[in-house]
Design a protein around this ligand. Structure first.
Ligand SMILES: [Zn+2]
Length: 65
């Protein structure tokens, strides 16, 4: 199976800069369908967090477009 990568914008919670996050489509669909947390990471502040409900919805719209 070919891995499809989805690029989506995430905002650093600390400096509010927009960064691009890249994950495989399979990983995102699995997390959305099974209600698993989706981790986001920004390198500007070396910060990890779980996507919020609104961020998940945005991502879902991107993946299912
Ligand atoms: Zn930052």
């Amino acid at each position: 199976m070919t891995e499809v990568f989805i690029r989506s914008p995430v905002h650093c919670p600390i400096c509010k800069q927009e960064r691009t996050s890249q994950r495989t489509k399979g990983e995102i669909v699995d997390a959305l369908d099974n209600n698993k947390p989706i981790r986001a990471f920004v390198e500007c502040h070396d910060w990890h967090w779980d996507l919020t409900e609104s961020e998940r919805k945005e991502l879902a719209a991107t993946v299912r477009a």
